[in-house]
Design a protein around this ligand. Structure first.
Ligand code: CTP
Length: 407
């Protein structure tokens, strides 16, 4: 990392130090940020101060450590003053407890109250025991915070202070400092979709065979949720019609939960009439059982080996048939003949563009955090490189925006 990075000079970082054994590494992160030109202040929990004393951070930052809602620093409202001062809040090490409080909006000490009052970007670097990290409650809190826009420098595998070996070790000091500087250098997203009403379909659908069995597919909904989140960041009013997923609703997005292809069809068509554009990422079941049973079928005598299927309505095609000046973009998940198949879908369904991805590749398959897409339009094909889902979302939204401007 280069010292005194121009974009970091004078930027104000609030270092939130929690009570984990890696608290001493927060001092090194602090020094790295100061070397890059940042001004740093600290807030600490009472547990953090059992690991490293507040005087250490006060000497390093030359400012009072915010560690008492009613007295330190000696300003009128310490947690509000520190929150408003910051350009970035950096939580190092983030404990399971503090992340749980952040996810729940609890503010029962000066550190959590300060974080709750922050309107600046928040970067979280967790560090904890492997079992605490892997606990579903912790993982759910991480997902909740991510959905609300918090960024993470995820922990790594290694030998932990408790003697366990596994994931949970605080990321390297250099990596945390670099992520903080990168976030400080990021520009606020362009508000180029303000007043655009966008419908997004996402996730799989479940088609009932009987009350306990259904036909589904491997879609996780990640791509659609990333598009909904990015559109909201760019100022759009987003309605996300979602099949069953385990993802939290992105900040600022209205979600309509559905289960079956028929429900998704009805919800999407209802939302479309009040939309300017639609992006269909959902992996909608193409067939559904003709007569779902109202009781659990018995395999011995109720023909579970022969389920009669009927075709579902094609939501994307039905939206295109009702376009009336709206913009509609679909996806094509293929394992072979990617571009010819996508071009055929473009023509058959009447979409403005089809985003084609090869789901046989590990970097663009269901559940991946990256995708490698080609934008297929009537006037040509634009193959893009493998990118994080948030960047792919912006590519798709650029297509929507450009198309809307040409109307
Ligand atoms: N789609 C839809 N409703 C359906 C099926 C598909 O809205 N009943 C949409 C998907 O959301 C996606 C696009 O159509 O945007 C392509 O989906 P895909 O399943 O790849 O295409 P199909 O038309 O089902 O064709 P095939 O299964 O033959 O590849």
């Amino acid at each position: 990392m280069a010292a005194n990075e121009p974009q970091a000079r004078g930027k104000k970082v609030l270092l939130a130090v929690c009570g984990g054994i890696a608290a001493y590494k927060a001092c090194e992160v602090l020094r790295a940020l100061q070397k890059a030109g940042c001004e740093v202040r600290a807030c600490m929990t009472a547990s953090a101060e059992r690991f490293v004393g507040a005087p250490t951070f006060e000497a390093l930052t030359r400012s009072a450590v915010c560690d008492d809602l009613f007295g330190n620093p000696e300003t009128a409202i310490p947690h509000i003053d520190y929150a408003e001062w910051a350009d970035l809040a950096l939580v190092v090490p983030a404990t399971a407890n503090v992340m749980a409080k952040m996810a729940a909006g609890i503010a029962d000490d000066s550190l959590t109250a300060t974080l709750l009052a922050c309107s600046c970007p928040v970067l979280v670097a967790p560090g904890m025991n492997v079992h605490m990290w892997r606990n579903p409650a912790t993982q759910a809190n991480v997902r909740t915070l991510q959905a609300r826009g918090a960024r993470f420098v995820l922990p790594v595998e290694g030998r932990l202070a408790c003697g366990d070996v596994g994931e949970g070790k605080l990321a390297d000091v250099e990596e945390i400092a670099a992520a903080a500087l990168a976030l400080l250098a990021e520009k606020a997203p362009e508000q180029d979709l303000v007043a655009t009403r966008l419908l997004v379909t996402a996730g799989p659908t479940h088609e009932a065979i009987d009350p306990v069995r259904y036909i589904a597919n491997s879609s996780t909904g990640k791509m659609g949720y990333a598009i909904a989140a990015a559109a909201a960041r760019r100022g759009a009013e987003v309605t996300l019609v979602s099949g069953p997923t385990s993802l939290p609703c992105p900040e600022g997005v209205r979600r309509v939960d559905v289960v079956s292809a028929a429900q998704m069809h009805d919800a999407a068509l209802a939302a479309f009439s009040a939309s300017d554009a639609a992006v269909c990422t959902a992996a909608v079941a193409d067939y559904t059982p003709a007569r779902p049973a109202d009781h659990k079928l018995k395999k011995a005598h109720e023909h579970l080996d022969r389920i009669e299927l009927v075709e579902t309505a094609d939501i994307l095609a039905d939206l295109c048939a009702r376009k009336d000046g709206r913009v509609v973009v679909g996806f094509a998940a293929e394992t072979n003949d990617l571009i010819p198949n996508a071009q055929a879908k473009l023509r058959k369904k009447g979409a403005d563009a089809i985003i084609a991805n090869d789901v046989s590749r590990a970097d663009s398959t269901f559940g991946s955090d990256t995708n490698r897409v080609a934008v297929v339009r009537a006037d040509g094909v634009d193959q893009r490189e493998t990118l994080p889902l948030a960047d792919v979302a912006d590519i798709v939204l650029d297509v929507v925006r450009d198309r809307l401007r040409r109307r």
